[in-house]
Design a protein around this ligand. Structure first.
Ligand SMILES: [Mg+2]
Length: 219
């Protein structure tokens, strides 16, 4: 029996050599959309996020509330241009190679990220991925953001729930699928697939991967 297999990829510091949330915050600072103080908070969040010591949902809620009233369509277009200009070329060489290898094997290439759906769509389009799971934002009847996100947050266990729902709809077998990530925050999803792949990991994830015998890749 042939089974359908997916290769899931985290975005920030996995496919990309950088955390694109920081690049977006810089873009917003330069565009005058956030203050220096707000920028400093985002930088701090990014640091704490990697140490997994903040309430990520609360931080996310605060960040998203900032966009209340903005047009969904405008933000989509702005993100697309920003991604092409400042993000797309930051893909790691090993990521390009690995995407190609999975494509050649007929696997579904799926971005699985806590980034926005705007950014995820830009990435899918740029690198010809098959699908994405990310965070999206509800709007009012005029297409303006409500300043909230669609739960569950695509982060930690939320990534697992999203991936399981996606896989069962498509008869994809997670036990024979792959997930690539750099971060301990993705530990639940790494455990949910048959082939966890740890990429240039943070120190705690490196230790966990060694203990569990998971392959550690340097892209
Ligand atoms: Mg990451």
């Amino acid at each position: 029996m042939s089974r359908r297999i997916a290769a899931f990829f985290d975005l920030d510091r996995t496919l990309l050599e950088v955390n694109s949330a920081g690049l977006w915050a810089k873009h917003e600072l330069l565009g005058g959309n956030i203050s220096a103080r707000q920028f400093a908070r985002v930088v701090l969040w990014n640091t704490l996020y990697h140490l997994s010591i903040i309430d990520i949902e609360a931080a996310f809620r605060e960040a998203v509330a900032h966009y209340r009233g903005r047009r969904y369509r405008d933000l989509e277009e702005e993100t697309r241009q920003w991604f092409a200009r400042e993000v797309a070329h930051r893909i790691r060489p090993g990521a390009r190679r690995t995407l190609r290898e999975h494509r050649e094997q007929g696997h579904d290439l799926v971005l699985l990220t806590s980034a926005s759906a705007f950014e995820a769509r830009a990435a899918v389009e740029t690198w010809s991925l098959d699908d994405y799971l990310s965070n999206d934002f509800p709007t009012d009847d005029d297409g303006r953001l409500l300043g909230t996100f669609v739960p569950p947050l695509c982060y930690g266990e939320g990534k697992v729930r999203r991936a399981q729902a996606w896989a069962s709809e498509r008869e994809v077998d997670l036990a024979h699928s792959y997930f690539y990530s750099d971060s301990l925050t993705d530990f639940p999803m790494l455990r949910a697939v048959g082939y966890p792949r740890v990429v240039s990991p943070d120190p705690r994830l490196r230790r966990a991967a060694k203990r569990l015998g998971w392959p550690i890749l340097e892209w």
